[in-house]
Design a protein around this ligand. Structure first.
Ligand code: ZN
Ligand code: ZN
Length: 255
C-alpha cells in the first residue's frame, strides 16, 4: 500500500527515518508521498524522495502560512515542482478552523497553487477545514485544466462527499475514521465508491485506533486504517489494499 499523505520531513519522523521506513515496509506500506507545507519542508521533501525508492513528494505551502508568502516564494515553489519525483502540488487549500491567515490571502495562495498545477499538469492535494463551500467554489471558479484533485483527511458529510465525487475528485481518509467520535466519517466511508478512496496517515499526527496512544503516528500504522475501512465497506482486506494502491498509483501517475 501507499501512504498518500505523510510528513516524513517533520522532525519526529525525519530523525529516525530509516527505521520508520523499515517498520512501514514490514507492515505492508511500501510507498510514500511525503507532503511539503512550507519552503523549508518542500526542499527537504524533494531531497528525501530523491534518495529513497518508492518515495515521492508533493510541494505546496499550507494555507496557515498564506499571510507571509511572497511572489519569490511562489517562484521557488514552481521551480521545485518541476523536479523529477514531485508528483503533486500541495498541500494547499483553505483552513478556516485555525484561521492563522486572513481568508482572502488563503484564497489567493490556493489559486496560485492551482495555476502551477495546471501549468505543470500535476494533481492537487487539498487541505480543507471548516471551509468546504469556499474550497469548492475556488475550484469551480478556477475552471478546467486541473488534472486531478484529492481532498485529504476528508471530514465532510455525505452530501459534501457527493459534491466532491460528482466533480470527479477523490477523498482520502486518515486514522480519524477509526475514532469513537467519527460516526459521520464512517457514514461517508460507507457511501463513497471504494475506487474513489485513498489512504493516508497525515503522520506524525493522529495515530489510528487501536494504537491511538502512540504519540508519533507513522506510515506503518496506516494498516489499521486500511483494515478498518475494508471492514466498514465489507470488502476483504487484500482486495481493498490492491484497489486503493491502484487508485493511488493512477492518481499520482506513479509507475
Ligand atoms: Zn492537511
Ligand atoms: Zn498534512
Amino acid at each position: 500500500m501507499i501512504d498518500t499523505h505523510c510528513h516524513l520531513t517533520f522532525e519526529e519522523l525525519e530523525k529516525d527515518i530509516e527505521a520508520v521506513l523499515e517498520r512501514s515496509v514490514n507492515a505492508g506500506v511500501t510507498g510514500w508521498i511525503t507532503i511539503g507545507t512550507d519552503s523549508e519542508h518542500n526542499e527537504k521533501a524533494a531531497k528525501l524522495a530523491q534518495s529513497h525508492n518508492n518515495m515521492y513528494a508533493a510541494v505546496g505551502i499550507h494555507p496557515h502560512y498564506a499571510k507571509n508568502i511572497t511572489a519569490r516564494d511562489i517562484e521557488i515553489l514552481e521551480q521545485l515542482a518541476t523536479g523529477e519525483k514531485i508528483v503533486a502540488i500541495g498541500e494547499t487549500g483553505l483552513d478556516f478552523h485555525y484561521n492563522l491567515s486572513p481568508a482572502q490571502q488563503q484564497k489567493e495562495l490556493f489559486i496560485k497553487h492551482l495555476e502551477i498545477a495546471k501549468k505543470l499538469n500535476l494533481p492537487v492535494v487539498i487541505h480543507s477545514r471548516n471551509a468546504f463551500d469556499e474550497t469548492i467554489s475556488v475550484l469551480d471558479d478556477f475552471g478546467s485544466g486541473i488534472e486531478k484533485v484529492v481532498i485529504h483527511c476528508f471530514s465532510g458529510d455525505i452530501q459534501q462527499a457527493k459534491v466532491v465525487i460528482d466533480r470527479g475528485y477523490y477523498v482520502s481518509f486518515t486514522g480519524v475514521v477509526t475514532f469513537h467520535s467519527a460516526d459521520l466519517a464512517r457514514d461517508v466511508v460507507r457511501n463513497v465508491a471504494a475506487d474513489r478512496i485513498m489512504l493516508e496517515t497525515d503522520c506524525p499526527y493522529m495515530s489510528p485506533a487501536p494504537v491511538r496512544k502512540q504519540k508519533i503516528n507513522e506510515p506503518a500504522l496506516m494498516i489499521h486504517t486500511a483494515k478498518f475501512i475494508a471492514d466498514l465497506k465489507g470488502i476483504d482486506f487484500d482486495s481493498f489494499a490492491e484497489l486503493t494502491t491502484k487508485t493511488s498509483k493512477d492518481f499520482f501517475n506513479l509507475s
